[in-house]
Design a protein around this ligand. Sequence first.
Ligand code: PLP
Length: 383
Amino acid sequence: MMCSAENNNLIYMDHAATTFMYDEAVNVMVPFFTEKIGNPAAVYRYAGEAGRAVSEARRIIAGTLNADPSEIIFTSGGTESDNMAVKSAKNHIITTAIEHHAVLESCRAMEARGIEVTYVRPGSDGVIDPEEVRAAIRPETSLISVMFANNETGTVEPVREIGYIAKEYGIIFHTDAVQAYGHLPVDVREMNIDMLSASAHKFGGPKGIGFIYVRNGLKPETFIHGGPQERGMRAGTLNVPGIAGMGEAARISVKDMQHNADHVRSLRDRMIDGVLSNIPDVRLNGHPEKRLPGNVNFSIKGIEGETLLILLDREHICASSGSACSTGALEPSHVLTAMGLDAREAAGSLRLTLAASNTAEEVDTVIRVLKTIVERLRSVRSV
Ligand code: PLP
């Protein structure tokens, strides 16, 4: 069972930002704070329990990906995994203009080291065309990094096709699956994925822990130097409670994936239909079908995203907008602008991300509240 916002009288629809933890994942973690506190690197038997918990989590996670346990490296989360993958590139990188900043900023760091990066742009539906990736390949290309699903629009990218192209040219293929893992099936062998990033707090696990799958035979860039943990690829005492909690969350989210996805998809479609039919001048951003089960992203004409979020918050509704408030100015979303939206449309986006704990009643409440807020804001503007 997953905890929910029910007790706080909140309607939480920001699950792409972070999720509630599974109760089972919390319970699995507690003994590693209170009793079984051994360092898995120690030789005495007392530390064995911690070591076994780490091995079990590694085995569970590998199983969910069709990988070998030796191919799972624990990290502090999606950002670190993305940094590790991108910074492994020895030469030209192909990525997309809609990646998370963890990939984009890692690419910028590589550019500063003299490595060239090509940023493939999506179509207006947010989908990356695999043939554009192929067209960007050069003899010296060493890495292709394309996200599995976008964190803003939920658009699911053609990872299998891109993996196939990468394999054809012998180029390493990394995918940032932070939004997809635990929500969509992933098979690293079948999809020709060489490296994959994931983060526990996006699938019912704790924050500050994640993993990178690295196909056997590859050795990603080690940028945290120290002890020999994780076969020398990521130094530092293992976060045993986090790893155990992540393993349990991975087990449950993959076991319940189909059931949860069916429920969440029906809520998503109820939200999309309800908003589009009740509020004029709203457009759905991202592909209508190739999208994560729980993702809704609208541009609402004439409405600025941050204002909407504040007014929704007053009604106890947690949502998010594509615009980021940095240095006091609203930066339009780089994802929506890459899809061809103008700065105003991109600044007026609203992201609602649903999970199994949400209900149809909550969806109906949000549609009603949103309609009232939008009408009020538009009537103020037209005075
Ligand atoms: N990649 C994507 C697509 C994400 O959505 C996020 C977090 O929102 C990250 C990477 C970063 O993950 P973490 O929060 O674990 O560092």
